[in-house]
Design a protein around this ligand. Structure first.
Ligand SMILES: C[S@@+](CC[C@H](N)C(=O)[O-])C[C@H]1O[C@@H](n2cnc3c(N)ncnc32)[C@H](O)[C@@H]1O
Length: 255
């Protein structure tokens, strides 16, 4: 990711932060359930993170830390990292409300300000792994994980990328763009935010060359009824038929 891309994506999040937190509070600030993605699939149902008690954990692109707070409630020693000052500032009321508090670091996920082998677990739910160049973030995550440590992250799938229209609108049931050549994407002329996606093969080669083994790829499928503030992502019937989000579960190989 170029420095210009980091600057423009950060500017987008700084501008959007207040409205984003307000709009998605009903999903994000539900403290009683740790759930993944736009359809709120419970962690207890899919066991993407599993037992986190006692783990040194990093949330990569933590936003206002709602997900990290729920991971900390399960006994992990969490650090939150985000490049947006406004998103990090939005964590404070959540710390006060829940009584859970952990260190926050303002930095970009492409250049992590941590020593090698600092963490046992790196996780995010549509965090920096969605917006930053994975050719930088995946090796960086591997570097700051100890051998045997895990990288677990949820993001949109290559399949939904193929089906989203060029401008706004729900995904269709036809392929609307080429699969090969998938990479950096700016979805809207009016929003400078950059997103990233790779083909399945390119993801797998990147994970392996960075020293990860793949434990699982969990394709999220909601039930018939979904209560969500992210309805613009995709209609429920689409998400019942095709995977719109998936969680990569990776483990750093012992050296
Ligand atoms: C959708 S939020 C994720 C937080 C939370 N799970 C949520 O759904 O609101 C995405 C976050 O990633 C952060 N982010 C995007 N690119 C980043 C980068 N290169 N380095 C650090 N944070 C980044 C944004 O600032 C934003 O707070």
């Amino acid at each position: 990711m170029s420095r210009e891309d980091v600057r423009r994506t950060m500017a987008s999040w700084e501008a959007e932060s207040v409205a984003y937190q307000e709009r998605h509070r009903p999903d994000l600030n539900r403290w009683d359930v740790l759930a993944w993605g736009v359809s709120n699939i419970p962690e207890d149902q899919i066991q993407a993170l599993g037992d986190v008690a006692g783990l040194r954990a990093l949330e990569l692109g933590c936003g206002a830390c709602q997900f990290g707070i729920k991971v900390a409630m399960r006994g992990a020693d969490v650090t939150g990292l985000d490049f947006s000052a406004n998103q990090l500032a939005a964590a404070e009321p959540n710390f006060v409300e829940t009584g859970i508090r952990f260190p926050l670091v303002r930095a970009s996920a492409e250049e992590l300000p941590f020593a090698d082998a600092t963490f046992d677990l790196i996780f995010c739910d549509h965090g920096a792994m969605t917006f930053a160049d994975p050719h930088a973030t995946v090796p960086e995550a591997a570097r700051v994980l100890r051998a045997g440590g895990r990288l677990v992250f949820n993001m949109s799938t290559p399949i939904i990328w193929l089906c989203w229209p060029p401008e706004e609108g729900p995904p269709g049931r036809e392929l609307l763009r080429p699969y090969f050549g998938m990479g950096r994407m700016v979805w809207s002329e009016s929003d400078p935010c950059v997103d990233w996606q790779l083909t399945y093969g390119a993801w797998i080669r990147l994970f392996r060359s960075s020293g990860f083994v793949i434990d699982d790829l969990i394709e999220l499928r909601p039930g018939q009824e979904v209560d969500t503030t992210y309805s613009e992502f995709a209609p429920v019937d689409w998400l019942r038929d095709f995977p719109g989000e998936h969680i990569w579960k990776l483990r750093k190989e012992p050296s």
